[in-house]
Design a protein around this ligand. Structure first.
Ligand code: AMP
Length: 301
């Protein structure tokens, strides 16, 4: 069973208090796909321009990611995002965004993707997510992520998207902006009233909360001392979490949900230990499960 992922594929430039890296592989779909592909085969949907390096496509191909849905626009440049992390490494500023080919992107899912049962809509214009969703025959489970920009500039489409998905993943400040509710649980419950079966609210280094009509689960973040670049943590959390659920045939029982939250947390903790996908590229299931054992000791009581 495959997971189809749509979202941004980017060239990022990142500044942290201790280092700076230019023109590295980024994007919500890149992180989510790579994280998901530890658990299930992934079908990537995105767009890049003529400045895209074939090495970057190979990084996906070599990790169980089908790139038939990655369009290369010959007459344009790849989406570029420049961000700067503040001293605490939690808050960041966007210094520059160039939408480039992502601005006019209308996803066209390859025929082989259209029967997918599972769709992850990574952070991006909700119109793109809606378009991808409309091309899938009968999806069983659709999960989406979003961010403040789309809450502010594309509210109508975002509301439409939220009404048509099964799960929404977002961070606590976004949940507050979206609902106007200051309390995380109140915000989550408001989103559930709009349609999704579940909502996962991420709280950065403080972990995440899963909420459905009758359930609430929390997972702390894995405490890592080596935070090199937090970019992609949210996307890799969501991609890995959903992929774990897909690997269990889309079941949403308590055990699956709790393990999905744990694997999402673990993959995100590896992601922040390097720039771009560098840390995830060194990872295998043995290392993930070794950290899982450590996490079990830390978090159980
Ligand atoms: P995260 O740290 O999980 O929020 O994800 C950061 C990634 O999202 C970066 O690699 C960016 O290229 C990408 N990104 C930043 N802004 C946007 C945006 N407005 N739409 C889509 N992707 C974005």
């Amino acid at each position: 069973m495959e997971l189809t992922v749509v979202g941004s594929v980017a060239i990022d430039s990142i500044e942290t208090p201790v280092a700076r890296r230019e023109n590295i592989l980024g994007g919500s779909a890149s992180f989510a796909s790579y994280a998901a592909s530890f658990f299930v085969p992934v079908q990537l949907v995105g767009v890049v321009g003529d400045d895209w390096l074939p090495e970057h496509t190979n990084i996906f191909k070599e990790h169980n990611i089908d790139v038939a849905g990655l369009e290369i626009e010959k007459n344009g440049k790849t989406f570029r995002w420049t961000g700067k992390y503040l001293q605490n490494m939690n808050e960041r500023e966007t210094l520059d965004v160039q939408l480039n080919v992502l601005g006019k992107f209308k996803p066209k899912l390859p025929e082989s993707y259209r029967k997918t049962k599972y769709l992850f809509i990574g952070n991006g214009d909700p119109a793109t997510g809606l378009e991808a969703l409309s091309q899938i025959d009968k999806p069983e489970l659709v999960v989406a992520d979003t961010m403040d920009l789309w809450i502010n500039i594309a509210r109508e489409n975002l509301d439409k998207l939220i009404r048509n998905i099964d799960g929404l993943v977002l961070n606590d400040s976004e949940a507050r902006d979206l609902t106007g509710k200051l309390n995380t649980l109140e915000a989550g419950r408001t989103i559930l009233e709009w349609g999704p079966k579940f909502v996962v609210i991420k709280k950065g280094e403080h972990g995440a909360v899963f909420l459905s009509k009758n359930e609430i689960y929390v997972v702390p973040a894995f405490p890592t001392e080596k935070v090199v670049d937090p970019t992609g943590a949210g996307d890799s959390f969501a991609g890995a979490m959903f992929a774990y659920i897909v690997a269990q045939n889309g079941k949403l029982d308590e055990n699956t949900i709790k393990n999905a939250l744990v694997y999402g947390t673990l993959i995100a903790s590896f992601c922040v230990e390097g720039f771009s996908l560098e840390s995830l590229q060194k990872l295998d299931l043995n290392a993930i499960n070794a950290r899982r054992e450590q996490f079990k000791k830390i978090a159980s009581f």
